[in-house]
Design a protein around this ligand. Structure first.
Ligand SMILES: *Cc1c(COP(=O)(O)O)cnc(C)c1O
Length: 345
């Protein structure tokens, strides 16, 4: 099976497991895990922020990041296909009393003018006040889209002028950095709070990092414990994340080559299914046309390729470190044949 459902399916490598086994650890609720403390400091510095909070999941890091910026009864603005809106089980509303208002966009590419037209800080006694904007980079359901850096700068200025917070869901910010060469800190410092994940393309088994000011992180640390997610000798997991930054961040560009190889093969058989120019990182979103996405995924699985059906006519394939460029190309031929309605070879 060639598994392209997600970049979360990777397993720790022998080198990563050795680093985990060798990690010095302590009780992180007491602030005494040296490996966690070092990782929090390292990633905060990489992103140009004062402090970091190592979290179980990206959903938790997003939940805490948005919570730092938005009070109950206020709103956060985000893209209609944002992970925080679609894939976090309504946590921001269910747990923190935060509402969301969304904008639509072609591939998840953020447009500052659209946001400017929606922001209503201090809306008075009649309308919901905007407290924050949240962006995603790369944009997952948009197709791994990289947000142009100049758009992010514009949105950052807009939010600062309006006095509203700005959160980045940077689950795959590593991929944006690999694709553009823009320094991580040149992304990070545009935002008040940033989430990055180690469990996606970086290949760690667990873990995400929220970075922000020391004050926000101190508050978020309390709220994390309140949510039942304080943890103890988490250094074994921090060691995996640390190893991933050293050894797997430099190879992310390979995943982008593999995604392009997959998309090229799909396009050769079914040109209308994919826009090659939109494939810039490790995610390929396919339009299945009249075919149902679930049927396409099922037929591809019969032929040895796993992809995700994420909408009625939307299939997603994600490359990662357990799939070579050759395997990705093979998978592209299989999915292309399914989409073209001919037997897979
Ligand atoms: C995967 C992902 C997250 C975090 O997901 P968890 O499964 O909670 O770690 C957040 N944002 C985006 C865009 C993601 O793709």
């Amino acid at each position: 099976m060639i598994d392209l459902r997600s970049d979360t399916v990777t397993r720790p490598t022998p080198g990563m497991l050795a680093a985990m086994a060798a990690a010095p650890v302590g009780d992180d609720v007491y602030g005494e895990d040296p490996t966690v403390n070092a990782l929090e400091a390292r990633v905060a510095a990489l992103l140009g922020h004062e402090a970091g909070l190592f979290c179980t999941t990206g959903s938790l890091a997003n939940l805490l990041g948005v919570w730092c910026l938005v009070q109950p009864g206020q709103e956060v603005l985000c893209d209609v296909r944002a992970h925080i809106a679609r894939a976090e089980m309504g946590a921001h509303g269910a747990l923190h009393g935060i509402t969301m208002r969304t904008w639509d966009s072609p591939d998840g590419v953020t447009d500052a003018a659209t946001i400017a037209g929606m922001i209503t800080p201090n809306a008075g006694p009649y309308l919901v006040s905007t407290a924050a904007v949240a962006l995603e980079n790369t944009h997952n359901f948009g197709g791994g889209t990289v947000q142009p850096h100049e758009h992010l700068v514009e949105v950052s200025w807009l939010c600062r002028e309006a006095g509203v917070g700005l959160h980045l869901d940077g689950a795959r910010l590593w991929n944006a950095h690999a694709a553009t060469g823009v320094a991580l800190a040149d992304y990070g410092t545009l935002f008040d709070t940033v989430n990055v994940c180690f469990s996606k393309g970086l290949g760690a088994p667990i873990g995400s990092m929220l970075v922000s000011s020391a004050e926000n992180i101190a508050r978020a640390r309390v709220q994390r414990k309140r949510l039942g997610s304080g943890w103890r000798q988490a250094g074994v997991l921090a060691a995996a994340a640390d190893y991933a930054i050293d050894h797997h961040l430099p190879r992310l560009a390979d995943d982008h080559v593999a995604a392009a190889a997959f998309a090229t093969e799909v396009a050769a058989a079914a040109p209308s299914a994919v826009q090659l120019s939109s494939v810039t990182t490790n995610i390929v979103v396919l339009d299945t046309g009249v075919l149902s996405a679930a049927d396409v995924a099922a037929k591809a699985a019969e032929a040895g390729v796993l992809v995700s059906a994420l909408g009625a006519h939307m299939v997603r394939a994600v490359t990662h470190q357990e799939v070579s460029v050759e395997q990705a190309a093979t998978a592209g031929r299989v999915v292309g044949a399914v989409l073209a309605g001919v037997p897979a070879t």
